[in-house]
Design a protein around this ligand. Structure first.
Ligand code: ADP
Ligand code: MG
Length: 504
């Protein structure tokens, strides 16, 4: 069994400064939109791209006297997420009001969970190459409402507000500061996204903002992080800055790199880093101050009087646990063990649950390595050329499996199989019937191959003489025979017969 606890930890990113080396320390707060059809406290729809202000219930618009009602489905999805991250589920949690004014938040507060989050400590194993992985601890996951959207670029004199997003359920997934470099941060978001998509609790669409991260960055000297790990005392770490609302893996990496170098320059200049919230400007590749600690909001959190504490039963949690699918780490380990494939191939095949299911349908009762090879190289390669995903594949697993069966039976060569694949891909149809109808069957009849070999030998006496001096030239005869038979001769038989007839 491939043991995911037996991985080696990757080295932290080191930046050489004028006064010595620096290491990076990163913690992420990921906001993941819960894949629920209705909002967290109202029945309004969460459909993306709807007409502005068409998905707004009275409670979302904060009409006087309206009361929030918890959406049980959202709670179930948060619990499922917690279980998927091997986290502790809190049977008692509660909602708090985080007070601040924002034009797209009509209530004047966001309902969140500060003191008693629904999910406690968990973990994400972040793969950084074969046998190398980082365990990133999850501190907590809490449920909260999203705000709406202010639109400033539609009119020169007015701003608009769209409340469609107001009140949509978010899971805030808070990591410990266990991430040690820009690539790791991107890989962490990627792995988290993959797990959420496997679980079906968030669609992970970063472009639509359904998954976005606040990135906390600090720098320290080599050895300091180990001291923090031993003691969990944050004073061993540097002061952090938080870069808000990142929804691109590439920008996350650029922002971390820039931010670390900015902090190092300040520290090496004898200054100190101010704890502040910053924004990344993708055009300039820089982060800049959004608000400093002095201006930081005092949110005056207090328990939301409109909602009772959330008390759930262990039996209900167990029922949800029973619905968990096989998750990426387990699936990957099983693919490596059962099919003897490389970790790299297993990564490709388990990237999305649909890819893995497709592969397993092809591999069932067949040679797993051959199936992996065909799914990854031929099918994925072909789909990629048209920017298609597996769900849009014109070739279904039964058809691809049919092609592999024809190879296994020796009916077609690997080369003809590729032509056949292209026909099935573009025209559809049953592979065995196509091979029959188009005369693509491999010639294994040695009599027919012998005749073809004899013909080539008779036509090329000069080449025969040369080949007798230099047996490597036999390959030329094999090529000629393959050409003469339209690539349908069994290559192994051709090789043997050519060698025999040339007396090699
Ligand atoms: P807040 O609620 O003020 O944002 P938290 O303590 O909840 O503060 O931390 C927010 C995030 O910042 C967490 O993901 C945490 O891991 C990360 N973090 C805390 N200290 C550091 C640090 N020194 N360097 C980098 N990240 C940090
Ligand atoms: Mg924060």
């Amino acid at each position: 069994m491939l043991d995911h606890l037996a991985y080696e930890a990757p080295k932290p990113k080191v930046i050489a400064g004028a006064t010595g080396d620096w290491e990076l320390v990163i913690g992420l707060e990921v906001h993941a939109q819960v894949a629920s059809k209705a909002k967290l406290f109202s029945g309004a729809s969460t459909t993306f791209g709807a007409e502005p202000n068409s998905n707004v219930a009275f409670v979302d618009a904060a009409m006087p006297g309206m009361l929030p009602v918890i959406n049980e489905g959202c709670v179930a999805l948060a619990v499922k997420t917690g279980l998927g991250l091997k986290a502790e589920i809190n049977l008692f949690s509660a909602f708090d009001r985080k007070n601040y004014f924002y034009p797209d938040l009509p209530q004047g507060y966001q309902i969140s969970q500060l003191y008693h989050p629904i999910v406690g400590e968990g973990e994400v194993i972040v793969d950084m190459g074969p046998g190398v992985a980082r365990r990133v601890r999850i501190e907590r996951i809490h449920l909260e409402q999203d705000a709406g959207k202010s639109i400033h670029d539609m009119d020169p004199h007015m701003s608009f507000v769209d409340l469609n997003r107001t009140g949509v359920a978010l899971m805030e997934i808070v990591s410990r500061p266990d991430i040690r470099g820009p690539e790791e941060a991107a890989a962490y978001v990627g792995k988290l996204r993959q797990i959420l998509r496997y679980l079906g609790t968030c669609d992970g669409n970063m472009q639509n903002g359904n998954l976005r991260a606040d990135v906390n960055v600090s720098v320290c000297r080599p050895g300091d992080y180990e001291k923090y790990q031993e003691t969990q005392d944050f004073s061993h770490l540097g002061t952090r800055c938080e870069i808000k609302n990142m929804n691109s893996m590439r920008f996350i990496q650029q922002a971390i790199e820039y931010e670390a170098r900015r902090q190092i320059a300040i520290l090496e200049d004898g200054g100190s880093v101010d704890q502040e919230t910053r924004l990344f400007d993708p055009d300039k590749g820089e982060t800049r101050t959004m608000r400093s600690k002095e201006e930081a909001h005092d949110y005056r959190y207090f328990p939301c009087p409109d909602l009772l504490p959330l008390e759930i039963e262990q039996g209900w949690v167990d029922d949800i646990a029973a619905t968990l699918p096989e998750l990426p780490d387990e699936k990957k380990a099983r693919f490596v063990n059962d099919f003897g494939m490389t970790e790299y191939d297993a990564d490709v095949l388990t990237a999305e649950a649909e890819n893995a299911a497709y592969f397993e349908a092809v591999a069932e009762g067949r040679d797993g390595k051959l199936a992996a090879n065909w799914v990854i190289n031929e099918l994925f390669g072909r789909l990629k050329r048209e920017d298609h995903g597996i769900t849009e594949s014109p070739v279904n697993p039964a058809q691809l499996g049919g092609i592999l069966d024809l190879i296994a039976k020796g009916d077609i060569s690997g080369k003809i199989a590729k032509d056949l694949f292209e026909i099935v891909y573009t025209e559809g149809g049953d592979p065995a019937e196509i091979v029959e109808a188009r005369g693509m069957k491999q010639v294994t009849d040695t009599g027919a191959i012998e005749t073809a070999v004899e013909q080539v030998i008779a036509d090329n006496p000069a080449q025969v003489e040369k080949a007798k001096q230099n047996p490597k030239l036999a390959g030329w005869f094999v090529g000629q025979v393959m050409k003469a038979t339209g690539g349908k001769a069994n290559p192994k038989a051709v090789n043997e017969i050519v060698a025999a007839k040339l007396g090699l």
